[in-house]
Design a protein around this ligand. Structure first.
Ligand code: NAP
Length: 509
């Protein structure tokens, strides 16, 4: 069983009991009592351990590894020795491996009564190593040294993730270790490893009561790991999906796909997968994820800025590209089935579903932008028989896109002079957090009563452009409609089951 551990800071001794109870109520199954700044309060720490409703990991973290303790080693050795003499003993105590080695004899003497007899479920010594700046080159060696230490019950490695490939590395370390360990890449890219610890059978993972109690960057809250990321449903067989992008923290995709998986009883989890913008980072991360068997990586939604990278990657790796995705030149869906990769584009179907009868033959459509979303819109509208004109900041891209689908290109400055039935925003202008953005200024002549205005931006739902459109008497269609439809196509490709769109809609609130 993987312990779901909530860190509790004991710097303010008054709130500790309350926070211990709150951690239990929030669904942690153990707590880490961080006593870095109160190592001399031995009686109080022993009392917290005794009264805690949850098993306690006690940690007095040294400043050299990101903690607040900077006193003589004898002080914390005395604290742990005191805990060893109590009737109610902690689940585990944590000492940095480097400090343990430097004072091995004193530590071994102090912890002897705590660790012996080493009964199953009895107190354990966690030997830990942290690097908040980089991924050490010698992680495997550090792990081997910890495993060589006879008193070490649980090796724990925490390092700053350099990319999503660090999650694959954590999976490999857990898989190859002869006993349960903790492998925790820090930062946003490392988040999947914190959730998947349970799938892999790691010893523990950490999730905070709230942001103020977090002890490492990228640590999820208890509410997120239990509610959003399906902690209770995670098993060794669970398939892993996610949204690849940069940034991904704002994405609503985990919200809807996880709710959908739960609704249809699908053994899967869907996570934010941050990959830095360059093609090399994309290739490095995806190759590592595909190569690591215990990740069970079965597919992804792919968003800005990696839609072209996905298409290229799948082609280079002998996978299949759906004809529509090839024609659009961008893919937003990765399906891995039977060892084969497929790149597809579900934005196209999403746009058609959102526009419904407005995408009719002969309708005059203006598409602003020439990136992934705009390409899908031009393909969809041209395919539906609309007369499409592309307007884009970079005119050469507008011309290339128009030529690919038998559309026309025009300068952005000309947008107000032409008549349109339909206007589609395919730029990110207006997207959270720059919600004041819009491709058009207030009172722009392109916004005429009766024009249908569709914004592909879905966060926020009512963008500045849509507010401008409504004020001008246009018919506004929100990007959320496209978002739900494109997600439904992905869900069906991964699970083989109809997507519960009503659940998606409810999850979005
Ligand atoms: P993308 O490939 O990066 O393309 C962005 C396009 O917008 C480019 O043509 C770019 O012009 C243009 N652009 C960017 N900043 C601009 C600015 N300041 N002024 C004028 N033009 C600007 O992005 P994408 O993947 O197509 O995504 C675009 C939007 O669609 C995002 O907001 C995304 O959230 C949304 N989207 C929504 C859904 C949904 O389901 N509702 C699905 C997919 C995408 P240049 O060519 O000159 O660089």
């Amino acid at each position: 069983m993987t312990h779901l551990v909530a860190p509790i800071h004991a710097d303010d001794p008054h709130g500790v009991r309350e926070r211990l109870r709150a951690a239990a109520a929030a669904g942690a199954d153990a707590v880490e009592l961080r006593v870095d700044r109160v190592p001399e309060a031995r009686e109080a720490v022993a009392a917290w351990v005794a009264e805690s409703p949850l098993p306690c990991l006690v940690t007095c973290r040294h400043a050299s590894e990101g903690g607040g303790f900077n006193g003589p080693e004898s002080v914390r050795i005395a604290l742990y020795a005191h805990l060893a003499r109590q009737a109610k003993r902690p689940l585990a105590v944590d000492v940095e491996a480097a400090h343990f080695r430097a004072h091995r004899e004193a530590w071994a003497t102090a912890l002897g009564p705590l660790l012996a007899p080493a009964a199953p479920g009895g107190p354990q010594l966690v030997l830990s190593a942290h690097d908040f700046v980089r991924r050490p080159d010698d992680l495997a060696d550090r792990l081997a040294h910890m495993l060589d230490e006879p008193l070490c019950g649980v090796p724990k490695l925490a390092w700053r993730a350099q990319g999503l490939e660090d999650v694959a590395l954590a999976a490999r370390l857990v898989r190859l270790a002869p006993k349960p360990i903790a492998a925790l890449p820090m930062g946003e890219a490392g988040l999947p490893a914190r959730v998947l610890a349970r799938k892999w059978g790691a010893f523990m993972t950490f999730a905070s009561l709230d942001a103020t109690q977090a002890t490492a960057p990228g640590q999820p809250t208890l509410a997120e790991i239990r509610g959003l990321y399906r902690w209770d449903a995670l098993r060794p067989s669970t398939r892993v999906y996610g949204v690849v992008g940069c940034p991904v923290g704002h994405s609503k995709s985990p919200l809807i796909h996880n709710a959908g998986f739960a609704e249809v009883g699908f053994d899967g989890v869907y996570l934010p997968l941050r990959i830095e913008p360059d093609a090399a980072a994309f290739d490095r991360a995806l190759s590592a994820w595909l190569a690591e068997p215990s990740l069970d990586f079965h597919g992804a939604s792919v968003t800005i800025p990696h839609k072209e990278n996905l298409l290229r990657f799948v082609r280079e790796h002998g996978g299949a590209v759906a004809p529509l995705a090839g024609a659009i030149g961008a893919a937003n869906t990765l399906v891995r089935a039977g060892g084969r990769l497929l790149a597809d584009n579900s934005d196209h179907a999403g746009i058609l579903a959102a526009l419904g009868a407005h995408a009719r033959p002969g309708a005059r459509a203006a598409v602003v932008g020439a990136g992934g979303a705009a390409r899908a819109a031009v393909a969809a509208l041209a395919g539906a028989g609309c007369e499409v004109t592309v307007f884009n900041r970079s005119p050469d891209k507008a011309e290339a896109l128009a030529a690919a689908f038998g559309a026309r290109a025009a300068a952005l400055a000309d947008l107000g002079r032409a008549q349109f039935d339909l206007l589609v925003n395919g730029t990110p202008l207006g997207m959270h957090p720059q919600v004041e953005g819009s491709p058009l200024e207030d009172g722009h002549p392109a916004l005429r009563p009766g024009t249908v205005v569709f914004d592909t931006v879905y966060n926020p739902r009512r963008t500045r452009l849509l507010a401008q459109a409504e004020a001008a008497g246009c018919h506004a269609i929100q990007g959320i409609e496209m978002f739900i439809e494109q997600a439904a196509s992905q869900f069906e490709a991964w699970t083989g089951r109809p997507a519960p769109k009503d659940v998606f809609r409810r999850a979005l609130g």
